[in-house]
Design a protein around this ligand. Structure first.
Ligand code: HSE
Length: 378
């Protein structure tokens, strides 16, 4: 297997290191695409994508560039040229999965994405294995290392949000633009990818409601502590009677929930299925070598034979069938008067059981940019 590596940043350099260390003669990285000619330091490097995408000797492309374009165009071109693809680019894959799967199936290629959700955890592979026997009814988890690092440090040591974010960036966990981490968009991509793999129900990631932790403050974590709860950013999706519900939301988990004990930058993901019941997977969800490990696992899977099937049609996401209680901190509590079950402080209230769709109408009316909401686990 001759591999073309697109991108040699945090994940790409990890892939190089692992492949070099394996000294397995059945596969080798033949060419590496770097961003500009100035970055070329080895003979196998090029800044011209066509040198890789049109090289008939290269049969697998690893895409670790990140971002939507030109990553999507290069992956499509590779598939159209009959090359199998491994990608770690969750944002791009969640958005264009239908188009990419169609191209892969048409051209008889494999398309693998283990590193796109759960980082180094073999989560996608496990979902595929569970589905060989069981229907999966729900998935949920801590799917972002950066925000888990921030919330864990703020909870344990009172570290400020900005300092914890800077540390997560320095360790290579955060996205180039950490907006995707702290506003929940990274988890939204991973939730969409987990749902499509678990249920065979692809959805437009833009249909999944998303709430992040940008506005979280020490007083929110203090409320959790006083009520024996730990705050985590959770992605979840459920499949009931043919419909898909999914959401990304900070949740005040009970202290007794296993996810509440998963700290630092770790990820933890859980699937519930027919005969296996709940099964949980914990490990490094970000970082160079753990993520690269998932990429190299995909390469080995392709080497051992697997082709991509045609995509399923996308389904709508509906949150109208599920109710929960929400913690709301707002400078405008009057806007929530109709749905307030309990006032916890002058600017903190607990809602009655309500659908997220209904809550969103009140959030809109409150027009409060500092508003923070979190689900309170039942
Ligand atoms: N920024 C992501 C995280 C990287 O912190 O989890 C792994 O997808």
């Amino acid at each position: 297997m001759k591999i073309g590596l697109l991108g040699c940043g945090v994940v790409g350099s990890g892939v190089l290191k692992i492949v070099d260390g394996m000294q397995d003669s059945s596969f080798a990285i033949a060419k590496i695409l770097v961003r500009t000619p100035a970055k070329i330091t080895e003979a196998c490097m090029t800044a011209d994508p066509d040198e890789i995408l049109n090289d008939a000797g290269i049969n697998v492309i690893v895409e670790c560039m990140g971002g939507l374009e030109p990553a999507r165009t290069y992956v499509l071109q590779a598939l159209q040229n009959g090359k199998s693809v491994v990608t770690s680019n969750k944002k791009m894959f969640a958005l264009y999965e239908q188009e990419l799967r169609t191209a892969a199936a048409e051209h008889g290629c494999a398309l693998r994405y283990e590193a796109c959700a759960g980082g180094g955890i073999p989560w996608i592979h496990e979902l595929e294995r569970i589905r060989r026997i069981d229907g999966i009814s729900s998935v949920r988890g801590i799917m972002n290392g950066t925000t888990n690092y921030i919330l864990s440090n703020m909870t344990a040591s009172g570290m400020q949000f900005e300092q914890a974010l800077a540390e997560a960036q320095a360790k290579g966990y955060a996205e180039a633009d950490p907006t995707d981490d702290i506003d929940g968009y990274d988890v939204r991509s991973k939730t969409a990818i987990s749902a499509m793999t678990a249920f065979g129900m692809p959805a437009d990631p833009g249909d999944i409601p998303v709430f992040g932790i940008r506005t979280v403050q020490a007083q929110d974590l203090a409320w959790g502590k006083a009520h024996n709860r730990i705050l985590k950013l959770i992605g979840r999706a459920e499949h009931t009677n043919g419909s898909l519900s999914a959401c990304v939301m900070p949740v005040f988990l009970k202290n007794t929930d296993i996810l509440a004990a998963v700290g630092s930058n770790l990820n933890a993901v859980e699937a519930v299925s027919d005969t296996l019941g709940p099964s949980m997977y914990i490990g490094q969800g970000a970082g160079s070598l753990p993520t690269a490990h998932a990429v190299v696992q995909d390469l080995l899977t392709i080497r051992d034979g697997c082709l991509c099937k045609e995509p399923e049609a996308r389904v709508p996401v509906s949150e109208s069938g599920r109710t929960a209680q929400y913690y709301v901190r707002t400078v405008n509590p009057h806007a929530f008067a109709d749905i307030t079950a309990e006032k916890a402080d002058t600017n903190i209230l607990l809602s009655r059981e309500i659908t997220l769709t209904e809550l969103c109408t009140y959030i809109e009316k409150a027009s409060d940019s500092s508003l923070f909401i979190a689900e309170v686990e039942k």
